[in-house]
Design a protein. Sequence first.
Length: 218
Amino acid sequence: MKTKIIIFILCYIFIVPFTSHSVNITNSKTEKKFKQAKKIINDKLGGITVAKNGKIIYFAYGSNMLHQRLQKRVSTAIPLGIATLDDYNLVWHKKSKDGSTKCSIVKGNDKDEVYGVLYEFDPSQKSALDKAEGLGYGYEEVDVEVLYKGKNITAKTYYATDIIEKILPYKWYKAFVIAGARSNKLPEDYLEELIKYPAIVDPNKDRSSDNYEILTGY
């Protein structure tokens, strides 16, 4: 049975793009079977995070939501639009080497969701994003299923493994997150929650000034 399902999902992913007609899955039973098949193939292959055009699909939920910031790290990054990650919460507990905390995601309940921005970028720049995010040094990567324009999309993102409580983010970092949320027009109530979160002044004035300079005009 699993073999048949895998063949079905592989056909959908690799054969349909080469046909002249698009396929719309509207029947609820068919959609359910498709999701089940997709989960099996994701488990087998580690997630489908490459778009049909060969680009990597990335879900940004923190400071990288701001296009100008992400482009300084990954020049080929193109924003696709708002996406939501269900059953997760946004937290600010990733321990940073600068003495503050950064954003992360943690599993929540079925009422929780994290808003973010879906990007695509050239696979050749994956190592640049890994380095910027500190992959292996407090952040690990994971494939998540996000809702984008009414469809479930598998995307790559990062989550914190080096966690610290009772320490706050710097104000300039929080400003990046808020700027990204505003520029991408995330829901007002979600934006308000971001604004309410406390933050502290960075004691390193040069670092703070440099980051606020990047933020100027955004």
